[in-house]
Design a protein around this ligand. Structure first.
Ligand code: HEC
Length: 148
């Protein structure tokens, strides 16, 4: 009851300031969530970027295997299998290009190159290198035609 007036005032000012601070933080957080949703609500883009980056990862593993002289079929086959299986869905991942004969041809080239490597799995690092070149040519020629 006998609380000094000035103290009450400064308490109110603090509460107001604190409220605005929290409000700002909440608005900021909503804004960030909204922006992230906008960035990520692109399932088609996610699918193909995921596919391409997984292609890249598997090629990278093969390159690393060669650098470390790990070139037994056990080291190699899972990587080529992953590329081969994913390559079946290239048209599904790029629905706008699925009717382009050139795109289908390049996709088929990657399927053929990875199939060939699986039918006669490389036994040496030179062989792994050759399989990588064959698959890599299919990657590159499609990128040349369809990747900006
Ligand atoms: C039949 C066509 C085709 C084949 C085959 C293909 N790609 Fe791609 N790739 C594309 C296209 C088109 C893009 C551009 C995607 C985009 O703009 O969303 C791309 C993009 C990429 C990217 C960039 C992804 C990103 O997040 O921006 C990488 C990495 C990649 N490809 C790796 C590979 C590798 C490695 C292979 C072979 C094993 C391969 N690609 C085979 C069509 C192909």
């Amino acid at each position: 009851m006998n609380q000094p007036v000035s103290e009450t005032k400064s308490g109110n000012a603090f509460a107001k300031y604190f409220f605005m601070l929290i409000l700002g933080a909440v608005i900021g957080a909503f804004g960030a969530v909204y922006a992230l949703n906008a960035l990520h609500s692109n399932p088609e883009g996610k699918f193909r970027d995921g596919m391409m980056n997984t292609f890249g990862w598997n090629m990278g593993q093969l390159k690393k295997n060669v650098a470390e002289a790990k070139c037994t079929p056990t080291d190699t086959i899972p990587r080529i299998q992953a590329i081969n299986v994913m390559a079946r869905d290239l048209e599904a991942a790029f629905p706008k290009l699925a009717d382009e004969p050139e795109f289908v041809k390049q996709a088929t080239n990657l399927r053929t190159a990875s199939n060939n490597a699986l039918m006669a799995p490389p036994q040496t690092c030179d062989g792994v290198g050759e399989a990588m070149r064959n698959m890599g040519m299919a990657c590159e020629s499609c990128h040349k035609s369809f990747k900006d």
